[in-house]
Design a protein around this ligand. Structure first.
Ligand code: R5P
Length: 287
C-alpha cells in the first residue's frame, strides 16, 4: 500500500505492560504529515485500544490527519436489538472509531438493515467492494458457474457478481437458532443443473452457514461447490468444517490474512486510501 500511495512505512511499537495495559510509541515523527493506520479489525477487542491510542498520539504529535484503512470492519452484524437489553454494537463501535480517526476506508462492510456507513459513522467512511475481484477469480477458475447465496443477507453480493459473469443465481433461506446452529432451507435448485455451484458470502465466522449450504448442495447431487468468502474471520475450526462438508475450493480475499486468501485487495485499498485522504475534514496542518 505504501508503494502504491508513494508513502513511507512508519514504525509503531505496541506492547503490553506486565499488568496488561497497552504501551504505544510512534517511532517516526508524524508532524505535518497525513498518517494512515492500516489495521484489519478481525479480533477487534484486541486491536481497537492500541489503534485508538496510536491515532490520537499521531494527532497529538502534529499529524495533519489520521485515517484508518480497516480492510475488515468488525461489529457490523449486531445492527439491531434482537433481544431486550442487547447492545447495538455496530452503532457503539462506530461512535468509538469516529472520535479516534478522521476518515475510514473498508471493504464490503456488512450493511444489512443499514444502507450506508454514513448512518452510523460521523467521519467520512468509504465502503469499497471486492465484487469485481471475486467475479474475476470465478471467471478464471470455474467453468459454467451458478452463483449460490446461503441467505437473504448474501443476496446483495450474489446479485452483483452473477451479472458480471452472465451466470444464473439462487439465494437460499437460512434460519439461525444459535451461534453455531444454522439450517438452510431446501428449495428448487434447477438453476444449478449442469453447473458448478459457487457459494459467495461476505463473512465466514463459525463456517456453519457455508458448511450447511455445501451439505444441501451435495445431497442434491450437485458438483463440489467452490466457496468464496470476502472476509476470512474463521472462528476456530471453521475452515475444516467447510472442507469436510464436501466443499471444492475454499477461497477468501486478503482483507484478513488466512491460508485460503487467493484474491488480493491491496490495489483496491490503495484506491480507497486516496479517496479517504481526499475526504479528510481536518484543516491542513491542524493536529
Ligand atoms: C451473516 O448473515 C453473514 O453474512 C454470514 O452469513 C455469517 O456471518 C456467517 O456466519 P457463520 O460462518 O458463523 O455461519
Amino acid at each position: 500500500m505504501a508503494e502504491g500511495l508513494g508513502g513511507e512505512v512508519g514504525s509503531l511499537c505496541v506492547r503490553a505492560f506486565p499488568d496488561g495495559e497497552t504501551y504505544v510509541r510512534l517511532e517516526d515523527d508524524p508532524r505535518g504529515r497525513p498518517v494512515i493506520l492500516c489495521c484489519t479489525l478481525h479480533r477487534p477487542d484486541i486491536h481497537v485500544l492500541p489503534l485508538l491510542f496510536a491515532a490520537r498520539t499521531a494527532l497529538d504529535l502534529g499529524a495533519s490527519s489520521v485515517g484508518l484503512v480497516a480492510p475488515y470492519l468488525a461489529y457490523m452484524r449486531q445492527d439491531a436489538r434482537f433481544l431486550p437489553g442487547e447492545a447495538i454494537t455496530s452503532s457503539l463501535f462506530a461512535e468509538l472509531l469516529s472520535v479516534g480517526v478522521d476518515w475510514l476506508v473498508t471493504v464490503d462492510p456488512h450493511l444489512h438493515r443499514r444502507r450506508s456507513l454514513a448512518e452510523i459513522y460521523s467521519i467520512p467512511a468509504v465502503a469499497l467492494s471486492a465484487v469485481p475481484l471475486v467475479a474475476e477469480w470465478i471467471h478464471a477458475n470455474v467453468d459454467h458457474p451458478v452463483l449460490v447465496g446461503p441467505d437473504a443477507e448474501s443476496a446483495q453480493w450474489i446479485e452483483r457478481v452473477a451479472p458480471l459473469l452472465d451466470a444464473p443465481s439462487v439465494v437460499l433461506e437460512k434460519t439461525r437458532t444459535g451461534d453455531r446452529e444454522v439450517t438452510i432451507a431446501s428449495r428448487t435448485l434447477e438453476a444449478c443443473a449442469g453447473r458448478t455451484p459457487v457459494l459467495v458470502d461476505d463473512i465466514v465466522s463459525t463456517g456453519q452457514t457455508i458448511a450447511q449450504t455445501v451439505r444441501l448442495l451435495r445431497q442434491a447431487g450437485l458438483r463440489a461447490p467452490a466457496c468464496i468468502a470476502i472476509h476470512a474471520v474463521f472462528a476456530k475450526d471453521a475452515a475444516a468444517a467447510i472442507e469436510s462438508a464436501g466443499a471444492g475450493r475454499l477461497v477468501t480475499t486478503s482483507t484478513i490474512a488466512h491460508r485460503t486468501n487467493a484474491i488480493d485487495v491491496t490495489a483496491l485499498l490503495v484506491e480507497g486510501a486516496r479517496r479517504g485522504a481526499g475526504l479528510a475534514r481536518r484543516p491542513a496542518g491542524g493536529g
